[in-house]
Design a protein around this ligand. Structure first.
Ligand code: NAD
Length: 257
C-alpha cells in the first residue's frame, strides 16, 4: 500500500522508533499524527513534518479516540496505525529482599504497552474501516505494532515488560483475522537493541549500551531507528505481509541477564 495522500497515526511518535517512523512516512507523502504524552517534542516533530500533534496517553480510551478523530479531521483518509508508545520496567518476581513484585508497577506497564496498543488498534481500525478500499483486494489500511524480543526471551527482571510485549505478539494473529473483514493487515515487529532515548543519555547509558551489544551477532552494533522505520514502511508497502511477528535484532538472542 502506498501511504501517499493518507493519514497515519504514530503513537510514541515524539521520540525514538516512533519519531523515525513519522519521518519516514511523512517523506513518503503521509500526513502524520503524532500521538504522544510528550507535548513539547511531539509538537516540534509534527510541525517539522507538516503533521498534527495530539497529546495522548495511549492507555486512556477517550484520548486515543481524540487522536483518531484528529487524524480523520486532516481530511486525508486514515490508513496507517503504528503503535510505538511504550515504557520499560525492571523488577524481579521476588526481589533480593524477598518481597513480591509490586502489582501497581506491573499493571502500569500492561496499561501503557498492551492496553495502549489494543486501544489504538481497535479505535484506529474502526475509523480505517469507514474509508474506501484502495485496491482490487479491498485493502483499506495497515497496523504495525511494536513488541520486543523480550516478548520471546525475557531476561531476569523483565516479567512485566515481557508480559506486556508478549500480549502484543499474541494479539497479532487474531487481530489480523478480525480485521481482514475490513481490509486491514496487522504485523508486529520485535526489536532487539535499537539506539533510542529509551536507554538515556548519561555516561552510564554508554556503558549499559556496550553491554547490551555484546550478544548481537551481526552487524555488531545497536540497530538504528531509521532502520526500524524502513521495516515499518516495507511492511506497509508489501501487501502480502500479514499476521506476522518479525524479529528485528541483528541476530541477538537474549541471555538470562
Ligand atoms: N529501543 C529499543 O531497543 C527497543 C527494543 C524493543 C522494543 N522497543 C519498543 O519500541 C517502542 C519505542 O521505544 P523507543 O526506544 O523509541 O523509546 P522512546 O522512549 O524513545 O519513545 C517512546 C515514546 O513513547 C511515549 N510514551 C510513553 N508512554 C506513553 C503513553 N502512555 N502514551 C503515549 N505515549 C507514551 C514517550 O513519550 C516517548 O515519546 C516501545 O514500545 C519500546 O518498548 C524498543
Amino acid at each position: 500500500m502506498d501511504v501517499n495522500g493518507s493519514s497515519a497515526i504514530i503513537s510514541g511518535g515524539a521520540s525514538g522508533l516512533g519519531e523515525a517512523t513519522a519521518r519516514e512516512l511523512a517523506r513518503a507523502g503521509a500526513t502524520v499524527v503524532i500521538a504522544d504524552l510528550n507535548e513539547e517534542r511531539g509538537k516540534a516533530v509534527a510541525d517539522e513534518l507538516g503533521g498534527v500533534f495530539a497529546r495522548t496517553d495511549v492507555s486512556d480510551d477517550a484520548q486515543v479516540q481524540a487522536a483518531v478523530d484528529a487524524a480523520v479531521a486532516t481530511g486525508k483518509p486514515l490508513r496507517v496505525l503504528v503503535n510505538s508508545a511504550g515504557i520499560g520496567w525492571a523488577e524481579r518476581t521476588v526481589n533480593r529482599n524477598g518481597e513480591p513484585h509490586n502489582p501497581a508497577t506491573y499493571r502500569k506497564v500492561i496499561e501503557v504497552n498492551l492496553i495502549g496498543t489494543f486501544n489504538l488498534m481497535r479505535i484506529g481500525a474502526a475509523a480505517v474501516a469507514k474509508t474506501e478500499p484502495v485496491d482490487a483486494d479491498g485493502q483499506r489500511g495497515v497496523c504495525v505494532n511494536t513488541a520486543s524480543v523480550a516478548a520471546l526471551e525475557g531476561q531476569t527482571g523483565q516479567l512485566a515488560y515481557s508480559a506486556s510485549k508478549g500480549g502484543i505478539v499474541g494479539m497479532t494473529v487474531p487481530a489480523a483475522r478480525d480485521l481482514a473483514a475490513v481490509g486491514i493487515r496487522v504485523n508486529t515487529i520485535c526489536p532487539g537493541i535499537i539506539d533510542t532515548p529509551i536507554y538515556g543519555f548519561s555516561a552510564n547509558a554508554d556503558e549499559f549500551k556496550a553491554k547490551l551489544v555484546a550478544p548481537v551477532v551481526f552487524p555488531k552494533r545497536m540497530g538504528r531507528a531509521d532502520e526500524f522505520a524502513h521495516l515499518v514502511h516495507s511492511l506497509i508497502q508489501n501487501d502480502y505481509m500479514n499476521a506476522e511477528v518479525i524479529r528485528f535484532d541483528g541476530g541477538i538472542r537474549f541471555q538470562p541477564k
